[in-house]
Design a protein around this ligand. Structure first.
Ligand SMILES: [Fe+2]
Length: 377
C-alpha cells in the first residue's frame, strides 16, 4: 500500500557510503518521501517502525551482506519491493538478488532517469498487485459453481482494467496481450513462484513448439496454455495471495480441482480451444494413470502432452537443486526413465535437442522489468 505521507510514496535508502547515499537522496527527493540508513540493523529497525513502499539496497554493507538483508526484509515484509543498487555487481549477485525477491537491479554508475522510472514502474506494479490480492481474497474464486466463478473473474478483469492507468500488456501474445498482462499479474499476485514456474514452462513449451514446426496459431495457443496451465491454483486454499515462495521450492502438487477451476475461470476471456485443453489435461499421464479423465497416449491432446513434459522438466530442474540451477542432463535422464509411463516418448528427444542446441538455455528467473536492467553478459 502506498504510504500517504506528503502524498508521495516512501523510499528507504540503505547505503553505507555517504557520497552515494547523498546522491540518491538528491535524485529521489523531488518524487518520494525518503529515509536513509547506512547499515542493515538500522534498516530492519526502521522498517518495523515506519511504513515504507520500496527499499533501495546496496549489496555491500558493514554489518551483513546485502543479499542477507534482502532475504530478511522479504521474510518479515513479504510485499516490500527492493531494488539492488551496487557498484560490486555481477550476474551472480544480480541473480541472487532476483532469486530472493528483488524487483530490480541497477549497477553504479546508474542513469538517473532510468532509476526514477524503474522505481515508479515497480510501485505502479505493486499497486496493481495489491489490488488483485484484495480481490483474490474473495471466497467465490475457489468455488466451481457456475456462473459465479466466471462472473467473478469477468468483474475482476473489468475492475483491474478500470484501475490501471497504464495497462500491463505482453506484446508477445498479439491479440491476447491485454488478457495475458492481467492474468500474469494474477499469477504473480498469488505467488511469485507460480508466475516464474509458469513463465519457464511457457518458455520450454514454446521452444518445443518451434522445433516441432507447429503453426503460428498452434504456437500462440501453446505459449498461452503453458503460461496459464496452473492458473486454477489461484483459487485454491494454501496458495495465499502475496505469499513469497523462495525460488527453488517445488510447487505443491496442488488440489486436483485446479485443472477444472482454471478452465472455468478463463471462460470469459475467449482464449483458443487448445489453451483450454492444456489447462484441462496437463496432468493426464501417457499410460492413462493421470487426471482428470485418465486419458491415455495419443488420446491426450498434443499440446497438453507438450506442456506435461515441459512442466515435468521444470520441476525436475527445480527439485535437483535449491538454487534451481540443477543439471539438465540429470533432469533429462529422469524424463527418459518415465517415457511411455508419465510422458509421451516421442517428445523427450525434441526437448533434449532444444536444450543441447542452445535455443533454450536456462531462461531468466524473473520477468520484466528486472531483465531489462540486468548487466550485459
Ligand atoms: Fe498443474
Amino acid at each position: 500500500m502506498i504510504a500517504p505521507e506528503n502524498g508521495k510514496p516512501t523510499i528507504l535508502i540503505v547505503e553505507d557510503e555517504a557520497g552515494p547515499r547523498n546522491a540518491l537522496k538528491m535524485i529521489l527527493r523531488p518524487f518520494f518521501h525518503l529515509y536513509a540508513v547506512d547499515n542493515a540493523h538500522a534498516a530492519l529497525r526502521l522498517l518495523k517502525e515506519q511504513p515504507v513502499d520500496l527499499v533501495t539496497l546496496d549489496l555491500k554493507l558493514p554489518d551483513r551482506p546485502g543479499v542477507e538483508l534482502l532475504r530478511e526484509i522479504k521474510l518479515e515484509h513479504e510485499d516490500m519491493e527492493v531494488i539492488i543498487i551496487t557498484g560490486y555487481g555481477s550476474l551472480k549477485s544480480a541473480l541472487d538478488g532476483l532469486r530472493y525477491g528483488a524487483a530490480g537491479y541497477l549497477l553504479k554508475p546508474f542513469n538517473v532517469t532510468e532509476l526514477v522510472n524503474l522505481i515508479k514502474q515497480i510501485l505502479a506494479k505493486k499497486q496493481r498487485l495489491d489490488q488483485l490480492r484484495n480481490y483474490l481474497k474473495q471466497p467465490v474464486l475457489g468455488r466451481t459453481a457456475v456462473p459465479d466463478l466466471a462472473d467473478a473473474w469477468r468483474r475482476m478483469a473489468h475492475q483491474y482494467a478500470e484501475a490501471s492507468s497504464v495497462p500491463h500488456m505482453d506484446a508477445r501474445f498479439g491479440r491476447y496481450s491485454h488478457v495475458v498482462g492481467f492474468l500474469s499479474d494474477v499469477l504473480e499476485a498469488t505467488s511469485r513462484e507460480l508466475l516464474i514456474h509458469s513463465s519457464r514452462v511457457s518458455f520450454y513449451a514454446t521452444r518445443m513448439g518451434g522445433h516441432l514446426r507447429l503453426t503460428d496459431h498452434e504456437r500462440t495457443s501453446l505459449m498461452l496454455g503453458a503460461l496459464l496451465h496452473d492458473i486454477g491454483m489461484v483459487g485454491i486454499a494454501g496458495h495465499t495471495p502475496g505469499q513469497a515462495d523462495p525460488i527453488g521450492t517445488p510447487l505443491p502438487e496442488g488440489d486436483k480441482r485446479h485443472t477444472e477451476l482454471g478452465v472455468l475461470m478463463l471462460a470469459p476471456f475467449e482464449l483458443p480451444a487448445e489453451t483450454s485443453q492444456i489447462i484441462a489435461y496437463h496432468h493426464e499421464l501417457f499410460d492413462g494413470s493421470g487426471y482428470p479423465e485418465g486419458l491415455q497416449g495419443e488420446g491426450i491432446p498434443f499440446p497438453a502432452r507438450i506442456v506435461s513434459i515441459a512442466q515435468g522438466f521444470d520441476q525436475m530442474m527445480a527439485a535437483s537443486s535449491p538454487q534451481t540451477t540443477g543439471s539438465v542432463d540429470e533432469a533429462l535422464k529422469q524424463l527418459r526413465a518415465q517415457a511411455g509411463t508419465r510422458f509421451d516418448p516421442a517428445l523427450i528427444e525434441p526437448l533434449a535437442r532444444i536444450m543441447s542446441d542452445g535455443t533454450a538455455s536456462f531462461p531468466p528467473f524473473a520477468p520484466a522489468p528486472s531483465s531489462a536492467i540486468l548487466p550485459e553478459t
